[in-house]
Ligand binder design. Structure first.
Ligand code: 8GT
Length: 142
């Protein structure tokens, strides 16, 4: 079945939601983008594009279930920060939520690998350009 195109705001912005899953040791979960996808090999926060007509929080709960096999209540998504960055010919707006409660054990469903890292370690990972400004903010947040 053909997937509907991702949500674009009227002005052409591409809306993406992502989660900083934070565990009891102040570590955050990142996943490695698989081969065949744009930016393959880079580490990112789990998440994805918001579908047409979908609320951002519903999209993120859906993506976390699809990508990690975990269940997250929308009420457990705490707005953390955002990124705004040119992405090829488009412009990406990425909403990052902090998540401290979920059900299940995160396991990579599509990603090449998962890693739990301290915020300081994010500086040493290859991440998409949009994520760079998020790293220092996360350090302060966690
Ligand atoms: N999930 C996620 N996407 C990010 C991050 N940083 C960043 O630039 N992006 C970009 O945001 C877009 C998200 O698209 P995606 O391909 O992961 O979305 P998706 O899961 O809906 O994939 P699909 O289109 O294959 O179904 C990509 O262009 C990705 O490179 C990040 O930290 N997490």
């Amino acid at each position: 079945m053909l997937k509907p195109p991702p949500a674009r705001l009227e002005n052409g912005l591409l809306l993406v939601v992502a989660a900083a899953l934070i565990d009891g040791d102040r570590r955050v979960l990142v996943q490695q983008r698989p081969p065949g996808k744009p930016m393959a090999g880079l580490w990112e926060f789990p998440g994805g594009k918001v579908d047409p007509g979908e609320l951002p929080e519903a999209a993120l709960c859906r993506e976390l279930h699809e990508e990690l096999g975990i269940a997250v209540e929308a009420a457990c998504l705490a707005p953390a920060t955002f990124a705004s960055e040119a992405l090829g010919e488009r412009h990406l707006v990425l909403l990052l939520y902090a998540v401290r409660e979920w059900s299940g054990v995160p396991r990579a469903q599509h990603a090449t690998a998962l890693r739990w890292v301290r915020p300081i370690e994010l500086h040493g990972l290859d991440m998409p350009p949009a994520d760079q400004p998020l790293i220092a903010l996360l350090d302060a947040l966690i």
